[in-house]
Write a protein that binds this ligand. Structure first.
Ligand code: HEC
Ligand code: HEC
Length: 383
């Protein structure tokens, strides 16, 4: 977790440096640099300064200078760039690549990459959605019942019963699953997983029931007609019957909407210019104690063999890789000559205690000896 944070911050700072470069704007922008820090701000995990109140930091810092800055960066993306970013898969087959996979292959992939969250045979549970509950054609009828009274059956909303188009499933798996490693599946794997989930929902394609040996490909995929392709209208019996429900929802005032008659529904410029933009003055939010604590629970250094280069990458590079963070940059012989001129004992001590924008030991829990080794490493590469 700690390492991950570090990487995120690192890439954020690289990104910021790039953005500043594009904007043609030197130091001082966007609340990241040392010159922006005040005593009421602290740096967490390598460089970003957050406002601090009562020893706790808030996630936001508003830099009025940056907010007022006209960045004038970026350009209109080219048609090919948009094409590369556009991963949509549409019901008519737009965006759906060629490929194939069988339901049984899908079952194997499912058992290794999906079961941990979605359960045996897509049963779901533990907060993770079910992917199937049985025969989707039969269960589709359950959508009509809206649990109008206690104990009544509720609607079963899973992919098979509820999703009008199978293309959404293909795209969803390709784009968003497995949840912790998106975009990692090949097209063939996605076809196989789709076939397996269709099998669990007992879906027929062109009259053929999807079973383990069913091989799904693009051509067959485009023939899928989902049970809910035409949608459904809930059927609520009793006092809250369908006409009653319609009357209720016809008046937005019943559920917190504005009082407008349906005939007068507003389609453009509906919100008169009443939106106020609130800016927090420089210096941050004062009377607010944010939930994030400065105190950090860092993992102990595990390896006996201390690797100074690795430690530098993990703990110091976010600030020392370039000059832009206000720290003497690694490789900058002139800067490090000036630092070393104080005598290394003083330099180690400054680093260990922290000095100016340099947090004590760079914000790490390295031992003094380890920290000094990292300093030596930096100095050795800066001659
Ligand atoms: C780490 C947990 C995790 C893993 C592993 C995982 N998923 Fe999911 N999946 C989720 C969560 C959480 C959601 C709900 C996301 C949401 O609603 O925003 C979800 C939603 C889905 C949905 C949409 C269900 C619906 O009806 O809304 C599908 C389909 C799906 N996952 C398929 C898969 C497949 C196939 C795999 C394996 C390749 C997989 N998932 C692996 C966590 C996981
Ligand atoms: C949050 C950003 C940040 C991180 C992380 C960081 N440094 Fe620094 N470091 C600085 C800044 C800024 C300075 C310049 C301080 C100054 O102006 O006196 C500095 C200065 C130093 C100095 C010179 C001290 C002196 O006497 O002038 C040393 C040595 C040093 N850092 C070592 C390290 C090492 C080793 C690590 C990793 C374990 C590390 N730093 C991590 C920001 C950082």
């Amino acid at each position: 977790m700690f390492k991950l944070d570090r990487k995120l911050i690192l890439s954020a700072s690289v990104f910021t440096a790039a953005a500043l470069f594009v904007a043609g704007c030197a130091a001082g922008g966007l609340g990241f640099s040392k010159s922006n820090s005040t005593s009421a701000q602290v740096s967490i995990d390598g460089g970003v300064f957050y406002p601090a109140v009562n020893g706790k930091t808030g996630p936001y810092v508003l830099d009025t200078k940056a907010a007022a800055m006209k960045l004038n960066q970026g350009r209109i993306p080219t048609a090919n760039e948009i094409k590369a970013w556009d991963t949509d898969v549409m019901a008519d087959g737009t965006g759906l690549p060629e490929g194939s996979g069988s339901a049984s292959e899908g079952s194997d992939i499912y058992d290794s990459k999906c079961i941990s969250c979605h359960g045996d045979f897509g049963s779901g549970g533990g907060g993770y959605p079910s992917l199937a509950k049985g025969n989707a054609y039969t269960l589709h009828a359950s959508l009509l019942s809206q649990r109008s009274e206690e104990g009544a059956d509720g609607p079963v909303r899973v992919f098979g019963t509820y999703w009008p188009q199978a293309s959404t499933l293909w795209w969803y798996i390709k784009d968003a699953m497995p949840h912790q490693m998106t975009d990692s599946l090949t097209n063939d794997e996605v076809y196989a997983l789709t076939a397996y989930i269709l099998q669990l929902n007992e879906i027929k394609i062109d009259g053929v029931l999807v079973e383990s040996d069913y091989v799904l490909d693009r051509k067959k995929f485009l023939k899928i007609v989902m049970p809910n392709v035409d949608g459904f209208e809930p059927n609520i019996a009793g006092p809250n019957s369908l006409p009653g429900v319609r009357a209720y929802f016809a008046n937005p005032a019943n559920y917190g909407g504005q009082k407008v008659k349906p005939a007068e529904r507003c389609m453009k410029n509906c919100q008169a210019a009443t939106v106020k933009t609130v800016r927090v003055a420089n210096g941050g939010i004062n009377a607010f104690v944010p939930p994030m604590a400065i105190a950090r629970d860092l993992p102990k250094v595990e390896s006996k063999e201390f690797n100074a280069a690795k430690s530098y990458e993990e703990n110091c590079a976010s600030c020392h890789a370039t000059k832009s963070m206000g720290a003497p940059a690694i490789g900058d012989a002139k800067a490090w000559k000036a630092v070393s001129a104080k005598g290394m004992a003083a330099v180690y001590k400054n680093g260990i205690d922290g000095i100016n924008g340099m947090p004590a030991k760079g914000g790490t829990n390295l031992s003094d000896a380890e920290f000094n080794l990292v300093v030596d490493y930096i100095v050795s590469l800066s001659k």
